[in-house]
Write a protein that binds this ligand. Sequence first.
Ligand code: GLN
Length: 489
Amino acid sequence: MTELYELTISEAGELLRDRTISSVELTQAYLDRIRALEDKVKAFTLVTDELALKQAEDADRRFAKGATVSPLTGIPLAIKDVICTRGITTTCGSRMLENFQPPYDATVMERLNAAGIVMLGKTNMDEFAMGSSTEHSAFFPTRNPWDLERVPGGSSGGSAAAVAAGMAMGAYGSDTGGSIRQPGAFCNVVGLKPTYGRVSRYGLVVFASSLDQIGPFARNARDAALLLQAVAGYDPFDSTSAPEPVPDYTAALKGDIKGLRIGVPEEYWVEGTQPGVVKAVREGIKVLRELGAEVSDVSLPHTRYGVPVYYIIAPAEASANLARYDGVKYGYSYRDTDDMWEALEKTRQYGFGQEVKRRIMLGTYALSSGYYDAYYKRAEKVRTLIKQDFDRAFERFDVLVSPTSPRVAFRLGEVSDPYQMYLEDIFTIPANLAGICGVSIPGGFSEGLPVGLQLLGNVFAEDVILHVANAFQRVTDYHTRWPQLLVNR
Ligand code: GLN
């Protein structure tokens, strides 16, 4: 028999609604799984087991009373520790916020609570979402369930690992330059970055305001659609959230993809991409063609400027956003002095890790007078060129397909050069710069490790990329495979 933790959200939802299983049973199965595996994987910064069981009881009462329920009622989920949860520690992977208990819920959390979810806990991440491996967490690294010596990707590594290991039925993360899609690829789960403005950022601890988006991790496209549906839509608390109507994402999964126009960006076949990744992605493209899609090449000529432009804009915004951590407003505060400047300096010296400090310095430099025009302003102009590449491509294509990451999960400690780590996001960063949506789906294996297939869609075309993802998953079984975590360990 299938174990409870192997169910998908839509399967579990049906069993909950017809009362074959209870949310308490389901939640307990996940808490047991967490107890058995968390020592090895270390996906969570906090497991909220008491709260989870209480929420599960509430959900069961809703089912018993025949009250209105949502597709997520009673479903056990994990939340990246960058999303504010009222009264529940939200660390953002940083010593700065180690003891921070937000006085309010993020809009996403409010919507999820109203939907009646069960929160299993908060997941580990690179500090302030800066990184691609979850090794920059101030607390401990998370490990990849497919190989515990390897990283789960980042910065939302905890969320991806939790879903991959069956320690959560789905999860939420945030993606500024790839932090949902790349860990999704490394861990063999679906990871979706919505269009900028699709999901409220209110209560998302900010990294780079013009790039950040919250999005879901799931075992398949249908579950990702359900998770997105629950949080998408306008929020008056976020002035950048879009008043655009939200389509019915699961309804969009129907039908085939015959005649759909799929573009393959030429510039995404870069030197240095592992041959095993290239092979899996080419095979994935073949599958899409066999499903009736019209596949042809497309050029996105400014692709190579993506990483350099991102590493001006993201640190510039971060340096401004992180100025709030001064030891006065909230978070860690150095108190052993009467001197204000010393207090400020020591607060930031201790509170921030190395990578965060590096970004603050980079960003402050790029924004300083005399350099602003040469770096920040120019980067913004090139960002527009990158956006125009996509605008032109989406005149001819419905979806673009590429690898998610140039390689499979690397070993812990293997990438010690920051620049090397930055290149990890070469295929994911352009979507954030352009504000379009993208999803990474399980696309095969190379030497036993998962390979992600990235599908990029135009703004507010989440329904289209989910539709393609779902069609792909109807004829492939990569997404149904499990890591052999409990065997021989
Ligand atoms: N790896 C990228 C960075 O370090 C992207 C991170 C993210 O998407 N949050 O900035």
